[in-house]
Ligand binder design. Structure first.
Ligand code: PLP
Length: 376
């Protein structure tokens, strides 16, 4: 990686470490009416649809804001006011979808799973069969709260068999894990600029089946969140409705060029998987055990059990690792004390080795005994 600046490396699931080229793309000002800028928006949208092989069926609607804005916009635009949404829940981002549906006043049914268990396609299918009023399923692909991977293809097949629509929060998996819209029936995929595409944060996008979007006029509770209106306006004018995040868009355009140069999804996903393997191996050599079973662990972010030692506290640990140049992520579980380390961003296994080294040195400085001093 071409990491010549001295910012700390971000081992987080977004914002994440970006390349110098991506940062340099932001050194210009762009007018929102300017044809050159609007061409870039169009190219970005085309490339995003192509990553999921949706050219024949789906369109991309970009939206200002962080990823959650796009999740909310997708739910608000695609679920009609009388709709009902099944939400398989095995973590924090699934819970966020339930919270959004509450705000939107859309009926929701939670299908709970343990945080260390993937959502079960047959349980989803049974829940749909039992309740014909359910119109949509809202599924998180990689649940970033733990790093668990949900079996999206099997879930999509189950939802299609039951004749319902599927909205997927693919925020932390899009562009790294294969999602093929030609063979996987998905109504809408939601992701954002600042995750596996390695752009900077500030815009999300929804890759949505054109027929579903066309049918969604008038559904949305909010003007700013109305993807149908955003899409119509863009079709007519090539411009964004309302001020676009210009620097974010040009940075994403540059990040997409690097994505292609790297070798696209296979190479990006492969690099993250290698980071993940190196991370788990290195941390285990320090006595730190992952929370999830390797069989359900996605290659995006890893949750580790905190050391059981009384000398450990996350705040000191975080600060000391940060002083060495690395930013870790707190845990998001309520029952067990954990911390998380991301595998995504402009990082490779050499960077991961440095992170592991910094974690080991920090635990020694803190006097945390790391042999057999962990849960697991
Ligand atoms: C990052 C992320 C989001 C969006 O979170 P923001 O804080 O709004 O960027 C949504 N879902 C998942 C699974 C994520 O990883």
């Amino acid at each position: 990686m071409n990491q010549i600046d001295r910012d700390p490396l971000l081992l987080t699931p977004g914002p994440l470490t970006t390349s110098l080229r991506t940062k340099q793309a932001m050194l210009h000002d762009w007018g929102s009416w300017d044809a050159a800028f609007n061409r870039i928006t169009g190219e970005v949208c085309r490339q995003l649809v192509a990553i999921a092989h949706g050219e024949a069926s789906h369109v991309c609607v970009p939206l200002q804001g962080s990823g959650t804005f796009s999740v909310e916009a997708a739910l608000g635009t695609l679920v009609p006011k009388g709709g009902k949404v099944l939400v398989p829940n095995n973590g924090a981002y699934c819970a966020r979808i339930l919270k959004i549906l509450g705000y939107l006043g859309r009926q929701a049914v939670e299908l709970p799973f343990a945080e260390d268990c993937p959502a079960d396609p047959s349980a989803i299918e049974a829940a749909l069969a039992a309740d014909p009023a359910i119109t949509h399923v809202a599924q998180v692909h990689c649940e970033t709260g733990t790093g668990i991977l949900n079996p999206l293809a099997e879930i999509a097949a189950a939802v299609a068999r039951q004749g319902r629509e599927l909205i997927v929060d693919a925020m932390s998996s899009f562009a790294a894990l294969d999602i093929d819209l030609r063979s996987t029936p998905i109504t809408a995929l939601v992701a954002a600029s600042g995750k596996c595409l390695e752009g900077v944060p500030g815009m999300g996008f929804v890759i949505v089946r054109r027929s579903a979007l066309e049918a969604a006029a008038g559904n949305c509770h909010s003007l700013a969140m109305d993807l149908h209106d955003q899409w119509q306006y863009m079709q007519k004018t090539t411009q964004w409705r309302f001020t676009p995040p210009t620097h974010v868009v040009v940075a994403l355009h540059e990040a997409l060029a690097q994505y292609t140069e790297e070798g696209g999804l296979a190479a990006r996903g492969g690099r993250y998987a290698a980071n993940c393997r190196a991370l788990v191996k290195g941390m285990r050599s320090l006595g730190l055990e992952p929370f999830l079973d390797p069989a359900v662990q996605g290659p995006i972010i890893v949750t580790f059990h905190a050391p059981a030692s009384p000398a450990y506290d996350f705040k000191t640990f975080y600060a000391k690792v940060r002083d060495k140049g690395f930013i870790l992520y707190p845990g998001k579980l309520t029952q067990v004390e954990t911390f998380r380390v991301g595998c995504i961003g402009a990082l490779d296994t050499h960077d991961v080795a440095k992170v592991v080294h910094a974690v080991g040195a920090t635990l020694r400085e803190m006097g945390v005994s790391i042999t057999a001093a962990v849960h697991g």
